[in-house]
Write a protein that binds this ligand. Structure first.
Ligand code: SF4
Ligand code: FES
Length: 248
């Protein structure tokens, strides 16, 4: 396939960015999107140009690093996949593909398509953990019966990979889907109930401090989430937050 790529280039956080147009030939439909980007970067390097900076690590939908806005959609036109799982067969010969970074005030651009998502790390540090008594009297987690329905919901929430597509897709750059997945993952399990009150208050406060916007229940986050995280997690987090605020 021969394609036209329109890619956001920005030298650093302070520089003014712009869309730069490139042509790329001989792209195989079997390539992954990132392999196409690698091929493009090899061509840039051969001609002495600066390669396009973009994040990636696992390349199998696990790490959440490959955050790109492709033709106006986080992770591109496919559903329930990350950019690294997107294949070029989703595009046609002659297509123009516009590739931009995830945009949000809380995700400043580092360079080109790479953005700083450490705001998510700070939200996790504010409460995305359980404290375990390691005195030697710790109860084996497998010995605690858990309702199958709750276990399934907790597992679904735990599949969030922290990619930030929910923020990038939201007109308010809200992080509610991400934070609610992290809150739900613990609040549904007995191990997470001990710190549940502090957790939801601290994580939501940190989310607000980082400058993410409010949720207006549009649902774009759920549509673009590569892991299918449900809006019901936001409803659960709101209930948890309300009840924690009344206790506090
Ligand atoms: S909720 Fe979905 S879109 Fe948001 S960070 Fe988690 S996996 Fe990514
Ligand atoms: S590179 Fe890890 S999810 Fe895409």
């Amino acid at each position: 396939m021969n394609l036209k790529l329109k890619i956001w280039r920005q030298a650093n956080a302070e520089a003014k960015g712009e869309i730069v147009t490139y042509n790329i030939s001989d792209v195989s439909p079997d390539m992954s999107f990132l392999e196409m980007m690698d091929m493009h970067n090899e061509q840039l390097i051969e001609t002495g140009e600066d390669p396009v900076a973009f994040d990636h690590d696992c390349r199998e939908g696990i790490c959440g690093m490959c955050s790109m806005f492709i033709n106006g959609e986080a992770h591109g036109p496919d559903r329930l996949v990350t950019t690294c799982q997107l294949h070029m067969r989703k595009f046609k010969d002659g297509d123009t593909i516009t590739i931009e970074p995830f945009r949000a005030d809380a995700f400043p651009v580092i360079k080109d398509l790479a953005v700083d998502r450490s705001a998510f790390d700070r939200i996790q540090q504010a409460g995305g953990f359980v404290s375990v008594n390691t005195s030697g009297n710790t109860q084996d987690a497998n010995a605690i019966p858990i309702d199958k329905h709750d276990a399934d919901k907790a597992f679904d929430a735990a599949t969030c990979i922290g990619c930030g597509a929910c923020v990038a897709s939201c007109k308010n750059a809200s992080a509610m889907l991400f934070v609610s997945a992290k809150v739900s993952q613990y609040s549904l399990l007995p191990q997470g109930k001990v710190e549940a009150t502090d957790r939801v208050l601290n994580m939501v406060n940190q989310m607000d401090e980082e400058g993410f916007g409010n949720c207006t229940n549009t649902g774009a986050c759920e549509v673009e989430c590569p892991k299918g995280i449900s809006l019901e997690n936001i409803a659960r987090m709101n209930r948890e937050y309300m009840s924690a605020s009344l206790k506090g």
